[in-house]
Design a protein around this ligand. Sequence first.
Ligand SMILES: *[C@@H]1O[C@H](CO)[C@@H](O)[C@H](O)[C@H]1NC(C)=O
Length: 372
Amino acid sequence: MGRQEAIARSIVLALVNGTQKRARSAWAWILALFSAFFSLYQLHFEKIRPTDFANLRRHHWDVADDAYLDSFRPEGGKKPEESLKATGDMGFSGSTFYATADQKYLVKSVPRHSEHSFFRDDLLTPYVEHMAAQPRSLLVRISDFLESPRLSLGKMLRLAPSHHIVMENIMYGQNEAKARGDVDWEQWDLKPTSYFYPERDIADGRLTSEATKSQLADEFPDKIILSKAQADQLFSSLENDTALLAKYNAVDYSLFLVRIETESGEAGRVADPDQQSPTGQSVIPQDPPAVPPEPPSWRTGVPSSDGKHVYRAAVLDFFWAKHKLQPIFMTFLINAWNLLIHRHGPMSITTTPEEYRQRFLKMCRGYVEVRD
Ligand SMILES: *[C@@H]1O[C@H](CO)[C@@H](O)[C@H](O)[C@H]1NC(C)=O
């Protein structure tokens, strides 16, 4: 079994079987311990705070346990690792990214210690409370958090990531749309671009590969056309979400935006669950993994006020916290660079949380055009 399959297998087993413990003899137990230690990629995962995530899913996102597990359970005869499909490396060593076979969920590794410890120790409780209290939050819905608590060689050698999050897939339904022959969905990962990005700004970007540069934030070349009421609600959600992130010191998060062109120019109909013809273009997931709030929402698709597009959006990647050791060190490096070599200003990961929040909100407002 290759590395990606072995990692996928361990994730699926942890999600589907939970933490059932089998009775074992002492000898079998020692053998199992050894084999777990020496298996390089197949780690033993446990759920972090499973009751909190189960509570969010069941009582706030209307996802029944069975429906949730169905996304991960191997279908008749298939192996557990076949429930997850690798959707490419995220760029730096050790990270993995999977989608469930039904496309409803993504599983993403959180390999940096500063990031998974921040989520577990600082942000998790406020995140759970916020998501329960604010159904219109745009923070991406995280439905499970896995860690490998045991000592293992693969973990020590950093061959396999020790932490993963399971989250909703904002692109859900794209495959069906493709199969129907709809216009391709577009997507952008938006961050304020006015910061100093060493990959881009030092020596005109000649020092890093195109692959590294292509992972920098995108710029949206157009406007998001919304009615006044839609825009007000979007900004209210973003204000609330970023206030939480700033309070807990997060920076460098992004707005993931999906734009779906409607053939008929009837975005309102395409995004309305009650007015769908079974054959026509629709973007409402037939069996949505996360319904509340009622569609149209930013998870299912918000129609543009000019009728041409349907949008989805979520705030992603909010695990970079200013007070963690690695971010503090990066801040020190960039300040030293600015002092000694070139005045570039802060990076998105070395600025203050409130400053980042203001630039992020300004960016979002800049992309929206109100047209009633
Ligand atoms: C933002 O928070 C306020 C205060 O908690 C709340 O009244 C409002 O409904 C929230 N906005 C959204 C869009 O959830």
